[in-house]
Design a protein around this ligand. Structure first.
Ligand SMILES: [Zn+2]
Length: 270
């Protein structure tokens, strides 16, 4: 599974920037014949896609996840209270009957949900944690919609199967299984550490492509919200604090991890 961060920075939802305390994950299906997640990423990066106040956290196609909102930012996907508690993920749909697309998208979404369950300490089988839009409607926390079950009925897939698949992917002993072949030990350390470990182990390839964070500050200047961390990275010599708006290369990332580890090793023992 590859996660490509492509935040919808022009979308009104992203701009409103409300935070989300993640309690669950809601599964959607786009409801139209468009297999490419990238097409949605482009067409939703406007204030109101097709005049609607909508925004989700990710679009999934076979093998690829386009993350379109930070996971802890409130989305506009459920049309109800689900927006206050659930991350919203859309699966793309094939042009015609295409079992391969449906199956591969399903499997990639299972991986993504397992990843998110680990990140946010969610039990995939607990009541109301992983639900479809349709189940959200039945619970009166989402608008009236039949997705994704309406898409799955011809393929003998169900939400119970999906939840069980996620549960298996988050299999015991603190291990997460991705791609059915790779096992990565995940400690009970904090989320940030787990993320880095997984990214380093190569199971979750987090790619940043068109992320352009808030450009309201001047090109050289650092945004207000990042001032404190800029001071910290300079003081700890993890970064020189220059070029705050520039993207980071892989070698720069390695170096910063290395410097952070050096810094941490030298901390006085409490
Ligand atoms: Zn939906």
């Amino acid at each position: 599974m590859q996660i490509i961060q492509s935040f919808l920075t022009n979308n009104d939802c992203y701009k409103s920037g409300k935070s989300l305390a993640v309690k669950g994950l809601m599964l959607h299906s786009v409801g139209c014949a468009q297999p490419s997640a990238e097409v949605f990423v482009k067409s939703w990066n406007v204030p109101q896609p097709q005049g609607r106040q909508v925004c989700v956290h990710a679009f999934v196609e076979p093998g690829k996840v386009y993350q379109t909102l930070p996971w802890n930012m409130r989305g506009w996907h459920g049309g109800g209270d689900a927006n206050n508690t659930h991350i919203g993920v859309e699966m793309t749909e094939p042009v015609k009957t295409d079992k391969e697309h449906i199956k591969a998208t399903y499997e990639t979404t299972v991986e993504l949900f397992a990843f998110l369950c680990k990140q946010f300490n969610l039990d995939p089988l607990a009541d109301g944690v992983i639900i479809s839009h349709y189940e959200g409607w039945k619970r009166r926390i989402a608008s009236n919609s039949g997705d994704p079950e309406h898409t799955w009925k011809d393929y003998e897939l169900t939400m119970d199967m999906f939840r069980n698949g996620v549960q298996q992917a988050v299999a015991g002993n603190g291990e997460v299984i991705f791609n059915n072949t790779k096992k990565i030990a995940v400690t009970n350390g904090d989320v940030f550490t787990d993320d880095i470990k997984q990214a380093m182990a190569g199971s979750v390839d987090v790619v940043s492509d068109i992320v352009k964070p808030d450009m309201t500050a001047s090109a050289e200047g650092v945004s207000d919200w990042a001032r404190k961390t800029q001071e910290w990275v300079m003081r700890t010599k993890i970064s020189d604090g220059k070029r705050p708006k520039e993207p980071m290369t892989r070698e720069e990332a390695w170096t910063m991890f290395f410097r952070y580890e050096e810094y941490r090793k030298n901390l006085p023992i409490k």
